[in-house]
Design a protein around this ligand. Structure first.
Ligand SMILES: [Zn+2]
Ligand SMILES: [Zn+2]
Length: 120
């Protein structure tokens, strides 16, 4: 591919904003290190990156909420199982099932929270 502005120069990169081929002299770098052709394209890619960062932050917050919900649900199941155990005629499979489910949910919740911590 040739440079969009210089027909005789070989393009070494493409603009992140508009996709034009750019030669060495036409390349400009955006704040994030991407290649752009003009201040307008620089602004455009930055706006997109900011939008992406925002979505990513929201997604991470969502992960954290799911983690906490998992742990809370796990505690409820676990407590229900233990409470059932105190009943005069308890049914062991129910206790085993609810406690196992509770532990599984707590472990899953803890893993969610750990992923969230690692990425920050
Ligand atoms: Zn451009
Ligand atoms: Zn050029």
């Amino acid at each position: 591919m040739k440079c969009f502005n210089h027909a005789d120069a070989e393009a070494i990169a493409t603009c992140l904003g508009c996709g034009k081929g750019l030669c060495r002299t036409c390349c400009q770098t955006s704040d994030s290190g991407g290649v752009v052709c003009s201040p307008a394209c620089k602004e455009k890619t930055q706006a997109e990156e900011e939008a992406l960062a925002l979505i990513r932050n929201r997604a991470m917050k969502g992960t954290r909420v799911s983690g906490i919900l998992c742990i809370v649900a796990g505690l409820i199941f676990g407590l229900f199982g233990l409470f059932h155990l105190t009943q005069p005629q308890f049914f062991l499979p129910i206790v085993v099932f609810t406690v196992a489910l509770g532990i599984g949910l707590i472990v899953a919740g803890a893993m969610y929270l750990r992923i969230n911590k690692d990425r920050r």
